[in-house]
Design a protein around this ligand. Structure first.
Ligand code: HGY
Ligand code: MN
Ligand code: MN
Ligand code: MN
Length: 402
């Protein structure tokens, strides 16, 4: 392993370690086409061009760095650089840095690819700005209606179409990019594991077997805004009370469905004054399960449990995004695992761009052990040893595939 470190591998993680730090939440907040994301795009372009890769941004804001002329049957390796609010250092960047480092190692060894190769950085994988996860890969693959996507708004009310113009793109071109899809012969994503699978196995690496079905819903509760001091408790229609009951119902419904996960990580009171009974409260639900049917059944159970009438309020449930469960190509996963000396296969509860592409092009994922088992948190971690094992695995796979 020492020679890998000699090449300064994974130095990229150090280079971006100060970019997009979230001083309030800890960790990183790097959101589409804003501050840190723009810095990371520039950093990636500079790093890729240093390797002689030709960098281009596609119509949907995804960045491609080509080793050799772009063309059909390419081996494309990538991930994302954006983050959740207060995210960890590895979720996304580890895949991008490892891909660049694997290319650097192959070049240093004088390896000459026999087919096109690209490192790909997807836009808005976390959906932290416009609310839809894997937006860049969904647009590219046509997995989201382009008109609906153009109308997505961020918390400042800026639409994706407006943000695309600011980013130098033509919003009319957002959407399915068949030429880009036709170029991909195989897509590989290396990603830090976001759970305890590899810890429990005592292994540094695994291939992905499947991804849970997952979706996002906006639960909205409407009541009567009023004065916090002048309004008797018996005279209130307080949507925050309805939301509180709903959040408990979310946990009860998920616990009642084996293996399901349901989370409310974001809640907004309107207007949001300390001395104001809200007129409305919005709570965003993230629900996931082994199968589409199970995930949707959990949401139906939550909807049935909403006690909005209890607080004299009304409630609505609006679906904002949905990704069906993903079963990666078992034969491809087994082949790659064998090439890597027989590493295990693991399911994941986390969504990925690879999960969006898997139904359109041959796709596989590699997971790198995370000793904390924690992700979407500053506590996310991966050891240098395991990260180097990931780079070496990508190097081995690229030698096999290129
Ligand atoms: O939410 C997810 O599972 C992914 O990290 N976007
Ligand atoms: Mn993530
Ligand atoms: Mn990720
Ligand atoms: Mn991903």
């Amino acid at each position: 392993m020492p020679d890998l470190v000699a090449h300064g591998l994974l130095a990229g993680l150090d280079e971006i370690a100060g970019t997009g730090r979230d001083l309030r939440a800890g960790g990183y907040s790097r959101h589409l086409w804003q501050g840190a994301d723009l810095e990371l795009r520039a950093w990636f372009t500079e790093r890729a061009e240093r390797l002689g890769l030709a960098v281009e941004v596609d119509r949907n804001g995804n960045t491609w760095a080509w080793w050799g002329a772009p063309g059909p049957g390419a081996v494309v390796v990538g991930s994302h650089l954006d983050s959740v609010p207060g995210g960890g250092a590895y979720d996304g960047p580890l895949g991008v840095v490892s891909a660049l480092d694997a290319v650097a190692r192959l070049q240093a060894a004088g390896f000459v690819p026999t087919r096109p190769c690209a490192v790909l950085v997807f836009a808005e994988e976390e959906g932290s700005r416009f609310g839809v996860a894997c937006l860049g890969s969904r647009l590219l693959s046509g997995a989201i209606d382009a008109d609906a996507a153009r109308r997505l708004t961020d918390r400042a009310g800026i639409t994706l179409a407006e943000a695309a113009v600011t980013a130098g793109l033509d919003p009319a071109h957002l959407g399915r990019d068949q030429d880009a899809i036709d170029r991909i012969g195989i897509f590989l994503e290396l990603h830090v594991e976001q759970g305890r699978g590899l810890i429990d196995l005592g292994e540094p690496l695994a291939v992905a077997s499947s991804i849970l079905a997952h979706g996002r819903w906006r639960l909205s509760f409407t009541g009567q805004g009023n004065h916090a001091g002048a309004t008797l408790m018996t005279d209130r229609r307080d949507p925050m009370v309805a939301a509180a009951h709903a959040i408990v119902a979310v946990q009860q419904a998920a616990l009642a469905s084996p293996g399901a996960r349901a989370t409310v990580g974001r809640i907004e009171a309107v207007p949001g004054g300390t001395n104001v009974i809200p007129s409305a409260v919005h709570a965003w639900l993230d629900a996931r399960a082994e199968t589409d049917v199970q995930a949707r059944a959990v949401v139906a159970d939550i909807t049935a449990r909403l006690q909005a009438p209890h607080a004299g309020c009304s409630a609505t449930v609006v679906e904002e995004s949905w990704t069906s469960t993903v079963a990666f190509d078992a034969e491809l996963a087994a082949r790659l695992a064998l090439v890597l000396g027989g590493i295990p296969a693991l399911p994941t509860g986390a969504g990925h761009d690879a999960g969006v592409l898997a139904s359109r092009v041959p796709t596989a994922m590699l997971f790198v052990r995370n000793p904390t088992g924690i992700s979407h948190s500053p506590d996310e971690f991966a050891t240098l040893e395991d990260c180097l094992a990931g780079v070496e695995a990508l190097d081995t796979l690229l030698r096999e595939l290129l």
